[in-house]
Ligand binder design. Structure first.
Ligand SMILES: Cc1cc2nc3c(=O)[nH]c(=O)nc-3n(C[C@H](O)[C@H](O)[C@H](O)COP(=O)(O)OP(=O)(O)OC[C@H]3O[C@@H](n4cnc5c(N)ncnc54)[C@H](O)[C@@H]3O)c2cc1C
Length: 453
């Protein structure tokens, strides 16, 4: 009997790879160093809050217009538990008030002049600047560039800094001025590649989605994203071994040997779905240049504090999904998700559940603070922004080194990694959020693609 495929890393990417291999009838062993599966998808109770359910500690939803997670949910029998967030509006905290995000937009980039002129977020000078740029023909984008380099000239600095950066930079706790547009905002890269007017290209994208009667932009799972991890874990059964860190790889005459916990596991192939620096250490003896590229990928550090308090103790009616905070406002918080308004499954009728994030690649203040200090600062910022009045229960979840920062040319560097492995270490495949996208659909896509090679 041939050796199994060994998948290293039990986050969503590794789980999707292992699940796909099982569907193909292949023998699989999945190794996860932590005591639980799921990696950056996790949930748990908010101690002391009296909620009758667990609350997600990181990802609470996923893009539905990319079909991978929705499709996987259907395969796993979770199709009837797919839910959409409330279609309610989102806000930006700016100059002492919450201001509605202008619509329509594509990935946070508005394209209609009227919506910007009507917005209380953008000054009349900013709106005039936007109007002068958004319809102007531009040369098609060739190759990759930063989101900032492409969009600042086309929407103006004010719209970019107040709207685009909080949304697009915020997704990976980074800076839109340094983010690869090809990987960090593929839809916008497509529009920029078309050349001509950005307004026309984005309008065409929105019209196409409307014509296709596309459903909600985002989905979640009733009860929380961790339900997906539970279902994948059940499908893998004892093929998944937790508390088992892969320590080193050894080449054999017919494949690879993975050393984990002092034991050797022979593998026909190895799929590495671990964070970049872990993967780099494992492959360095066989593919040193690929390892150096992986080791060079930087990560953002984020912290998520879940506050729970009775709704009556917040002045704001929380009608919406939450708000974002541009870096110019100087707050520690980068975003506040009104989870009990956004998701019906988090609304018990009595409590407000607020998931507040902090941390950017260029704002590392929280790393030098105590957890109590972070909670106190964010609580005070909730007093200012939404009129919190009282002492909420708080749960702190730090996510250090959690969000890969994609720089222009990242996808080319991924292709170089693949090429070096194919040449020097056949049978090793590198995948995961640090390669071709950090959203759950991108992770599932990559994991399944790795399983198919
Ligand atoms: C705060 C936060 C909020 C987010 N929100 C969203 C969202 O709303 N929607 C969305 O789509 N995405 C979101 N993301 C992004 C998404 O959750 C992640 O990009 C994705 O879960 C990463 O999956 P992964 O499997 O590639 O990596 P990971 O989840 O990091 O999995 C890697 C696994 O490898 C394991 N490991 C490490 N070393 C070893 C070893 N030596 N041997 C064995 N195992 C090892 C780790 O323990 C880990 O379980 C969010 C991320 C964060 C941090």
């Amino acid at each position: 009997m041939s050796s199994p495929v060994v998948v290293v890393g039990g986050g969503i990417t590794g789980l999707a790879a292992a699940y796909d291999l099982v569907q193909q009838g292949r023998a699989v062993v999945l190794l996860e160093s932590d005591s639980r599966l799921g990696g950056k998808i996790d949930a748990g109770p908010v101690d002391g809050a009296g909620l009758p359910f667990d609350v997600d500690m990181a990802a609470d939803g996923f893009l539905a217009r990319q079909p991978e997670v929705v499709g996987l949910c259907h395969e796993l029998g979770l199709g009837d538990q797919l839910v959409a967030p409330s279609g309610a509006r989102a806000y930006i905290w700016f100059d002492g008030a919450l201001r509605t995000i202008p619509a329509p937009s594509v990935l946070g980039v508005p394209f209609e002049v009227a919506s910007i002129e009507a917005s209380d977020l953008i000054s009349s000078a900013g709106a005039a600047d936007f109007a002068a740029r958004i319809d102007k023909a531009a040369d098609p984008l060739v190759g990759d560039a930063t989101v900032g380099a492409v969009l600042r000239p086309r929407v103006g600095d004010e719209v970019f800094e107040r709207l685009v950066d909080p949304l697009l930079g915020g997704i990976n706790a980074g800076e839109a001025d340094r983010l690869s547009i090809e990987l960090g905002a593929a839809q916008l890269a497509d529009a920029a590649r078309a050349g001509g007017s950005l307004r026309a290209a984005l309008r065409a994208q929105v019209d196409a989605a409307l014509a296709a009667a596309a459903g909600p932009v985002f989905n979640g799972l009733e009860g929380g994203n961790h339900k997906l991890i539970d279902a994948l874990a059940a499908a893998l059964g004892d093929r998944a071994r937790t508390g088992t860190a892969a320590e080193r790889l050894e080449r054999t005459a017919v494949g690879w040997r993975v050393w984990a916990g002092g034991q050797a596991i022979d593998a026909s192939r190895v799929i590495l779905a671990t964070p970049g620096w872990v993967t780099a250490g494992l492959i360095a003896p066989y593919a040193p240049e690929a390892a150096a590229v992986l080791a060079g990928i930087s990560y953002g550090d984020a912290i998520l504090v879940t506050f729970v308090i009775e709704k009556t103790q917040i002045a704001n009616p929380l009608q919406g999904s939450g708000f974002l905070v541009p870096r110019s406002q100087g707050l520690l918080m980068t975003a506040c998700s009104w989870s009990s308004s956004k998701w019906a499954h988090y609304d018990d009728g009595t409590h407000a559940i607020l998931r507040v994030s902090a941390g950017r690649s260029d704002d590392r203040r929280w790393l030098d603070m105590t957890e109590a200090g972070v909670v106190a600062t964010l609580r005070q910022e909730l007093v200012t922004t939404i009129g919190l009045d009282g002492e909420p229960v708080a749960r702190v979840t730090p996510w250090r080194q959690s969000l890969p920062q994609y720089r222009p040319g990242h996808l080319d560097r991924c292709a170089d990694i693949d090429a070096q492995l194919a040449g020097d270490a056949p049978g090793l495949t590198v995948t995961g959020a640090q390669m071709r996208g950090l959203g759950l659909p991108a992770c599932v896509r990559q994991g399944r693609a790795a399983a198919q090679t």
